[in-house]
Design a protein around this ligand. Structure first.
Ligand code: ATP
Length: 239
């Protein structure tokens, strides 16, 4: 029985001739939040895309709860229990909040419990309940981020891949969203891989963290250890 929801070994990824990931190893203990930190262009978004086999060609071994998922299609990976909240959020702007949430349910193994899960999403994000009939394109940035997370939850993921959930949002909204992500992690027992530019925020939420530089992992460890690392403090925490 594995204690890791995700084990990645020797992951390479390339966009055509452009090689971005140069052999990444990464472990996510089941139930934990792991942050992936790094500068612009280091390969964080590409790592999440590679895990879902999206837009990028990959080599290497990706195990979800002990089963290999590399080589599966993006849709099969979603159906295996990986929820992806991409950068730019990926909501359908012409559809309503509720329609977006229902689309998120396509990835689940069983049709049962969709209505109950929608109620749970609305309990986490009451703003979405108030705006269930509103077109997603007219939601605020924060509400769209909530919708993107809610939509991923409707797929009943075991692992959530979150790409820059704080991007472009006001600090108060970011604080709310991070508090809800902590609840989702605990209450839904969803493991989370969190890509964040805001290293302080990410390290407050995460149990452990990895630092990626030009497609290679250069540092990893418990969040508290990474937070007190001199290089991280200078380069990512502005201290
Ligand atoms: P950021 O925080 O700026 O999004 P990141 O760490 O997420 O940075 P990636 O988006 O993974 O970085 O980009 C890593 C490298 O891959 C960059 O050099 C980028 O230019 C390149 N890249 C990203 N997407 C593509 C693409 N579709 N085609 C070609 N190259 C790409």
């Amino acid at each position: 029985m594995t204690t890791h929801i995700l084990e990645v070994r020797g992951l390479h990824a390339a966009y055509g001739p452009t090689r971005v990931l140069q052999g990444i190893d990464l472990d996510i203990p089941t139930g934990q939040v792991v942050a992936l930190l790094g500068a612009n262009g280091a390969g964080k978004t590409t790592t999440l895309r590679a895990l879902c086999q999206m837009m990028v060609s990959t080599e290497g071994r990706i195990m979800l709860a002990g089963q290999r998922i590399d080589g599966r299609s993006t849709e099969q990976i979603a159906k295996s229990g990986v929820g992806h909240v991409p950068d730019g959020r990926g909501t359908f702007l012409g559809l309503t909040t509720e329609e977006n949430l229902r689309l998120g349910a396509y990835a689940r193994a069983s049709r049962e419990g969709i209505e109950a899960d929608m109620v749970r999403v609305f309990d986490y994000f009451p703003r979405l309940r108030e705006r269930r009939g509103q077109q997603a394109g007219t939601l605020s940035g924060g509400e769209q981020q909530m919708l993107a997370i809610g939509r991923a939850l409707m797929g009943k993921p075991r692992l959530l891949l979150l790409d820059e959930p704080s991007f472009g949002l006001a600090p108060l909204i970011v604080r709310d969203i991070f508090a809800i992500m902590r609840r989702i992690n605990k209450e839904e027992r969803v493991s989370i891989l969190l890509v964040e530019q805001n290293a302080k925020l990410a390290l407050d939420l995460a149990d452990s963290a990895y630092l990626i530089e030009t497609g290679r992992i250069v540092l990893s460890g418990p969040a508290a250890e990474i937070r007190s690392n001199d290089a991280v403090r200078k380069a990512y925490l502005g201290e």
